[in-house]
Design a protein around this ligand. Structure first.
Ligand SMILES: [Cu+2]
Length: 161
């Protein structure tokens, strides 16, 4: 038989556990909805041996302010990104299409919600609508350990307004 005090403690712990779980769920929903952190929108397969047929590294302006940025990640650089900076003028929407030529890499634009794993054989498509006043130089990092040159695998994104 539980004493009155023990019953009270049981209820207290139920309340503690339920409120912690609620806090976790609320923070997940907040980060997803308010901050716009989503998983990659779409993943398309490609043949690593014939990459040229699937992706042409570079920037294409699909319509004014809407850019498609095609990137090939390989040990240990992004093309474009590391080979030359990715420069975008007044972007409203950026569609990144990224694949790897050799190994699992990461593509993270530091300080933005863009952060995706890059697998050979798949093209990761990520859509990003940058805030209207966002401009400057952004560091692009590989955040998946990919070998001896990993720590130097970086690129630059420049947004001009
Ligand atoms: Cu890496």
């Amino acid at each position: 038989m539980m004493s009155q005090e023990e019953v009270r403690l049981e209820y207290l712990w139920v309340i503690v556990v339920v409120s912690m779980l609620s806090a976790f769920i609320v923070s997940l929903v907040y980060v997803g909805v308010a901050k716009g952190f989503w998983t990659p929108e779409e993943v398309v397969t490609c043949d690593v041996k014939k990459l040229d047929e699937f992706i042409e590294p570079g920037i294409r302006e699909l319509e004014p302010g809407v850019y498609e940025v095609n990137i090939v990640a390989r040990r240990w650089f992004f093309e474009p990104g590391s080979t030359q900076p990715i420069v975008l003028e007044n972007p409203r929407k950026i569609i990144f299409r990224i694949t790897s030529a050799d190994y699992i890499h990461g593509f993270e634009i530091v300080g933005t919600p863009v952060n995706v794993m890059i697998f050979p054989g798949y093209i990761a498509e990520v859509e990003w609508i940058p805030p209207k006043n966002l401009q400057g130089e952004f560091l692009v990092l590989c955040n998946e350990y990919c070998g001896i040159g990993h720590s130097n695998m970086r690129g630059i994104l420049i947004i001009k307004r």
